[in-house]
Design a protein around this ligand. Sequence first.
Ligand SMILES: NC(=O)c1ccc[n+]([C@@H]2O[C@H](COP(=O)([O-])OP(=O)(O)OC[C@H]3O[C@@H](n4cnc5c(N)ncnc54)[C@H](O)[C@@H]3O)[C@@H](O)[C@H]2O)c1
Length: 269
Amino acid sequence: MGNLLENKTGIIFGALDERSIAWKVAQKAHENGAKFILTNAPIALRMGKINELAEKCGTEVIPADATSMDDLNTLFEQSQEKLGGKLDFVLHSIGMSPNVRKNKGYTDLNHDWYLKTLDISALSFHKTMQVAYKQDAMNDWGSILGLSYIAAQEAYPFYSDMADAKAALESIARSFGYHFGIKNKVRVNTISQSPTVTSAGSGIAGFDKFFDFANEMSPLGNADAESCADYCLTLFSDLTRYVTMQNLYHDGGYSTTGISGKIMEKWDK
Ligand SMILES: NC(=O)c1ccc[n+]([C@@H]2O[C@H](COP(=O)([O-])OP(=O)(O)OC[C@H]3O[C@@H](n4cnc5c(N)ncnc54)[C@H](O)[C@@H]3O)[C@@H](O)[C@H]2O)c1
């Protein structure tokens, strides 16, 4: 509880159920005084529980497929109307790969699905920002955030085409961050999060094993969804106004650990 986001308004994409990172961000943003619109793809509204969350946060849901410019334009127009003006923050917490879902490995990709992966998981970040930019929807010193994974930098074979999508997502944050910074001091970053038990996370083949591996590699252990939400809040707050165009690791130290004692013990003969 606090008032870190008092008087701030925004849009939160990607809350599907209570495990979702976006769900935790919405809960904490609400507790910290923010007002926001929740959004998700129309199909997720039918399958998920987002209306429950909206009720708890005293807000409403505007459906939008984040790959559709029409949907995004309507979402940003209606959100500004309902929230009474321009926005201070946007959370893009979206990821989906038909190849991962259907267990297609990287050397056997369906390329139509690969395009879908890129559209949903990376280009949608650009589309969202282009709409916000053209509608002049962000307040000065606003903050836009996407969620990434370390497979953007290193080979994680099980992550299939999502690795390429995350590399594009992080690049889009840098490229759009430049233009949004010049336009009106809006910052754009990605958080590279530990493996996290959510619908998207646990849908990846071998998730349990790489979750445990990362947990034993990281000096602090894996960061959970709740802590990720805390970090998101700091990046929406006024305490991080000059952090932009960064990919920020939120992973308990995993990304800069070569080997840990716990992993070494596993090789004891
Ligand atoms: N879970 C992990 O291990 C992990 C690790 C690092 C990064 N991430 C990233 O965190 C973000 C959130 O994922 P999560 O783990 O909370 O899982 P999640 O499944 O709860 O969230 C993914 C969301 O994407 C939404 N989505 C899919 N297609 C969409 C579309 N066309 N338009 C709008 N929304 C769409 C889904 O409905 C869902 O709400 C994703 O970018 C994911 O890649 C997750």
